[in-house]
Design a protein around this ligand. Structure first.
Ligand code: NI
Length: 158
């Protein structure tokens, strides 16, 4: 396992579309492990492969709820339900937070790390994280659709 470098806000790779994974192999599983390690190092709730410079449709999420990290390959949002205002940040935008509107619930289909089809119904923070990370795969960033005037810079005391 290895910590990978996180691409920062002005890196144009963040604007590119990531490609579908065709074969779920050891290389993908190693990428997933590295992404989990990198997300944990920076206390992130989620990370998309493009953020470590890999244009593949791969994301990881950890809600720190004791259930461990979750890994998704080729995730697709199938359903969205409800809307609410949330606060959001991104590991590619350190110390920056904004408010935006996200669905309250989503249904996502994907492959797991063994290439098996999975379907997840997610609410609240889990739904928010899935939407945020899946948008990364299409080059969309949270600041693109934040509620105007809500971007804040928060000092990090660590
Ligand atoms: Ni992000």
């Amino acid at each position: 396992m290895a910590i990978r470098n996180i691409r920062q806000e002005n890196d144009e790779i963040l604007r590119k579309r990531s490609k579908e994974v065709e074969v779920v192999d050891d290389k993908i599983r190693e990428l997933l492990e590295d992404m989990v390690e990198t997300m944990h190092k920076y206390n992130g709730v989620g990370l998309a492969a493009v953020q470590v410079g890999i244009l593949k449709r791969v994301i990881v999420i950890d809600l720190y709820d004791g259930k461990g990290p979750k890994k998704f390959i080729n995730p697709v949002i199938k359903k969205k339900k409800g809307e609410h205002e949330v606060e959001e940040g991104c590991l590619s935008f350190p110390n920056q937070y904004a408010k935006l509107i996200r669905p309250e619930e989503v249904v996502v289909e994907a492959l797991d790390e063994n290439g098996k089809k999975i379907k997840v119904t997610a609410k609240d923070l889990y739904a928010q994280a899935l939407c945020h990370e899946i948008e990364h795969l299409d080059g969309i960033l949270f600041v693109d659709h934040m509620i105007p005037g809500t971007l804040e810079y928060v000092e990090n005391n660590e």
